[in-house]
Design a protein around this ligand. Structure first.
Ligand code: TXA
Ligand code: MG
Length: 314
């Protein structure tokens, strides 16, 4: 960890000057900036080419630092005690006197908050006297970044610094749950829904239908490698690649997400495999059917949205 002290110092100095930097989390890399400063938040939206009405997640070290900005309720306390820090984002009511930049929330009365588990990011948050707004570190609608070189691929020299924390342990974005009224899942992700149900001890509702856009980031096309992608496939298309859940044929255009049907491993490799296939110049990606259990649910969600790219083009 000592090795990271100079990197954390550097990250802090850029953030204090209101720049955006790349930061690691256990889900995906974030494009981070001071959540209390309008000028810093403006840079996030500009760099990501993100519509201004799509609010950002704010990352806190712990509940103490959150209390100044949000109203805490019983459901939140139950979940926080058991599973934070971790791959879950809570939507809570903002306090009237919160210092969060209005640009973060698009003037909404709610705030998306997360307590990341990545040790290096935790160390950085401990050093700062403000929380970090950080959407995924990718251009809007494109693939999220799960290592520092992906962040570089997205933004090149447009960002001042990337805090390299290695490969993300989970590889898919956090699960988002709104706790403002009845607990409602807005995005499936790294945290298993059955765990949430068990802890809350009550019914959980869903609002993840891309047609009913509640969270603006839940747009139909998202997580796209930038080439057509077809789900539930059994073979590649002409000049295309095939992506399977386990190791299959030893052919140049065959890629696999895990050695043998391991969905956690598949989640971790998903975005990297899609990037590799795109960068090798294949014209399309045919993906094998992925089971809908555990992280398979979130993998399917991302693949369905990525597959919309083709519909748009044709
Ligand atoms: O794992 C993650 O969640 C990563 C890491 C970096 O923390 N972040 C991430 O951020 O995926 P982003 O911006 O790519 O996705 C956040 C989603 C967006 O769809 C946004 O619309 C939604 O959260 N969101 C943010 N604030 C919201 C709010 N107040 N109400 C409803 N949805 C909100
Ligand atoms: Mg994103």
């Amino acid at each position: 960890m000592k090795f990271y002290q100079s990197k954390i110092k550097k990250a802090k100095s850029f953030l204090n000057k209101n720049y955006c930097i790349g930061v690691p989390t256990e889900t995906v890399y974030g494009l981070a900036a001071n959540a209390y400063k309008d000028s810093a938040i403006k840079k996030i939206f500009r760099l990501k080419k993100r519509p201004k009405n799509n609010p950002l997640i704010v990352h806190y070290l712990d509940i103490e630092s959150l209390k100044k900005d949000c109203i805490i309720n019983d459901d939140f306390m139950k979940l926080y005690k058991k599973i934070s820090s971790g791959p879950i984002t809570y939507i809570l009511r903002l306090k009237k006197n919160s210092k969060i930049s209005k640009l973060v929330t698009n003037k909404k009365k709610s705030l998306a908050v997360r307590f990341p588990k990545h040790l290096i990011l935790k160390r950085l948050l401990k050093e700062l006297d403000y929380p970090l707004a950080a959407p995924s570190a990718n251009i809007s609608t494109k693939l999220s970044a799960v290592n520092a070189s992906h962040v570089k691929e997205e933004f090149g020299s447009k960002i001042k610094y990337i805090l390299d924390g290695g490969k993300c342990a989970i590889g898919l974005e956090s699960t988002i749950i709104s706790l403002i009224n009845k607990p409602t899942i807005l995005r499936v992700g790294g945290m298993d829904i059955s765990t949430l149900k068990k802890i809350l001890g009550k019914k959980i509702f869903f609002n993840i239908n891309p047609k009913k856009i509640f969270a603006p980031g839940q747009s139909p096309v998202h997580y796209s490698p930038g080439i057509p992608l077809k789900i539930n496939s059994i073979e590649p298309e002409k000049d295309g690649a095939f992506l399977s859940i386990k190791k299959k044929k030893k052919l140049k255009n065959y890629f696999y997400l895990s050695l043998n049907n391991d969905l956690n491993e598949a989640a971790k490799n998903l975005y990297t495999c899609l990037r590799i296939i795109k960068n090798k110049g294949y014209k399309s990606i045919a993906v094998e059917k992925i089971p809908y259990k555990g992280l398979g649910r979130a993998i399917n969600d991302r693949l369905h949205r990525a597959a919309k790219f083709k519909t748009l083009k044709s």
